[in-house]
Design a protein around this ligand. Structure first.
Ligand code: FAD
Ligand code: NAI
Length: 509
């Protein structure tokens, strides 16, 4: 009994301590301290974008060393890995958005944020031109921002390969607005298909959900959509049960080319069980309002062109360069052979420049365009810039000590300065020892529907490939741990619980 009483007391005290600690964290998050004001003597560091690369840099950067300015048309960070879940309402989009001001306000020194798009980078003049593209515009909506150092982290836009009709009729899946548009379109198709006296062929077309691109974006979205149908849509709108169908179209011979063969097969088998049709070796050539035109290669090698009617078309065929990046590449002769993005050296410096760095999807450093790479590149730059500032500080101190040493009398004072110089030189050597960027691949993960996921995870010196429900729990916990803030974590968990208890919301808006 005594033992029980004590264990109760310990549990009780731990609960109180945990609550106090959590409350203090929340209090601190909501009450930021005063920040250091910008100092004209310091260098101006301009960061473009608020995505994975830029935010990872800003999180780890000692802002007191620079006057930092952030320019982005998005005043929030978006946790893209959970974006496919927003298309069906499993997760509400605001749960995976974090306002950048929330964490910038916690930095030691003030970080200026301008919600604007960078329209041009002048590497010679060291200026970026920015425009406010938001709905509300002031009398000034375009201006220029000079920089000493610039980080380009503007990501990429959706690739369409110039295929006619894609931009007009297809929906993408990159931004919050895209996920909202898809969610709305799914419900619109379902409601229109059940309109009184609707033509049977039209019903079939409206309920045909076509996804083009068998990369992870297309696969994850197809899985989420089929889940939505199985879990909610067919229950609440039984009329659509027989005609609702998801088709994934891929030009290559298989989906998820970056995963191991075993996981590709597992994904294709799972899709079959989920009744998702996979059309591989099928290249979409044209898109109209009601059908796509695709060329497929049959087993005999013959090419067949067919028209596939659709109600919803989601286009997920990878990345293309943003105009501002293309323009910068054209202005730098050393970039003339680069096609997929800004060529950077091993310290992520844009080749042909001295004070411009690039991170994430807009940079070409021989890694896949993923959040994992962008985040590691951003963190690397933060370390590099912190180190550069320390180096400069030590070098200034050394110079002043050398001047003092020259003026000092021989003997005691001179010797003291000499040993101080020695100590500083040692520190300088230590600080300067920073190797180039090295990417450490933690693995690839993708959700494939019906509470299953696939994972190729690096483990010690090898690789583990796994797929199934256990992997799905791993996928969920891995992404939950990576979600930006405690606030986001709480919101995502709440969304998951809400969907489990009450189902997804099928209202259109
Ligand atoms: P982004 O994160 O795209 O950020 C670019 C930023 O630049 C944005 O803030 C944008 O508003 C801003 N910007 C754009 N134009 C301008 C301009 N002209 N001036 C200033 N700012 C500008 N990767 C993974 O590793 N794992 C995953 O599970 C995963 N899931 C994904 C799911 C989806 C649906 C998608 C679309 C991508 C996913 N990715 C995933 C890929 C990952 O999101 C990208 O590789 C990553 O976002 C790249 O980071 P970034 O910083 O380069 O660009
Ligand atoms: P992707 O580039 O990975 O895949 C696009 C696919 O579309 C390719 O397989 C291509 O063959 C196909 N395609 C291109 N044109 C076509 C056409 N006309 N008709 C039919 N198919 C066509 O693009 P995705 O999936 O958008 O991913 C972009 C980046 O983001 C990748 O680097 C990916 O690794 C990363 N990402 C990672 C995720 C994860 O790790 N879970 C999730 C989503 C994206």
């Amino acid at each position: 009994f005594r033992f029980l009483r004590w264990s109760w007391r310990v549990t009780y005290l731990s609960a109180i301590a945990g609550t106090l600690w959590f409350s203090y964290g929340v209090y601190q998050a909501r009450n930021p301290n005063e920040q250091m004001e910008p100092d004209p003597k310091k260098k101006t560091l301009v960061v473009l974008g608020t995505g994975w690369g830029s935010v990872s840099l800003l999180k780890k950067l000692d802002t007191e060393n620079y006057n930092v300015i952030v320019v982005s048309p998005r005043n929030y960070f978006l946790f893209t890995p959970l974006l496919p879940s927003c298309t069906t309402g499993l997760i509400e989009h605001r749960s995976i958005m974090e306002p950048v001001r929330n964490f910038l306000r916690h930095k030691k020194a003030v970080v200026k944020f301008y919600e604007a798009e960078c329209t041009k980078i002048d590497a010679d003049k060291k200026v970026v031109y920015i425009t406010d593209e938001s709905e509300i515009k002031g009398t000034v909506n375009t201006t220029e921002v000079p920089f000493d150092m610039l980080v380009v982290g503007v990501g990429a836009e959706n690739a369409t390969f110039g295929i006619p009709g894609v931009r007009e009729h297809g929906l993408f899946l990159k931004e919050v607005g895209d996920a909202q548009a898809i969610r709305k379109r799914i419900m619109d198709c379902c409601e229109t298909a059940t309109f009184k006296d609707q033509d049977p062929d039209e019903v079939k077309r409206l309920l045909h959900m076509v996804v083009v691109g068998g990369g992870p974006t297309g696969v994850e979205f197809a899985g989420e959509l089929q889940d939505f149908f199985e879990g909610d849509l067919k229950k609440w709108i039984p009329d659509i049960k027989t005609n609702f169908h998801v088709t994934l179209v891929e030009a290559l011979p298989n989906v998820l080319p970056m995963f191991s063969k075993q996981l590709i097969d597992y994904t294709e088998r799972t899709f079959k069980e989920e009744t998702i049709t996979i059309r591989t070796k099928t290249m979409v050539k044209r898109v109209t309002e009601k059908f796509i035109e695709a060329e497929s290669t049959g087993p005999d090698g013959k090419k067949v062109v067919e028209q596939i009617p659709y109600g919803l078309l989601v286009w997920a065929t990878g990345n293309a360069l943003r105009p501002v990046v293309k323009d910068l590449m054209m202005s730098i002769p050393a970039q003339k052979d680069s096609r997929r993005g800004l060529a950077v050296n091993e310290y992520l410096v844009v080749k042909g420049t001295e004070n411009i760095w690039a991170v994430g999807d807009c940079a070409v450093a021989n890694y896949a365009p993923t959040a994992q790479v962008a985040a590691q590149e951003g963190a690397f730059l933060a370390r590099l810039f912190n180190q550069m500032a320390k180096t400069e500080e030590i070098e200034t101190e050394l110079k002043s000590l050398s001047d003092q040493q020259e003026k000092a009398a021989n003997g005691g004072p001179r010797d003291a300065i000499f040993s101080e110089i020695k100590e500083l030189q040692k520190r300088l050597r230590r600080v300067k020892q920073m190797g180039p960027f090295e990417y450490s691949h933690q693995g690839s993960l993708a959700y494939i529907g019906s509470e299953k996921a696939v994972a190729d995870v690096s483990w010690l010196t090898g690789n583990i490939a796994s797929g199934g429900t256990l992997t799905y729990f791993f996928w969920r916990s891995a992404y939950l741990s990576m979600v930006f803030s405690t606030r986001n974590k709480v919101l995502v968990i709440t969304d998951w619980i809400k969907a489990k208890m009450f189902g997804r919301d099928t209202s259109r808006e």
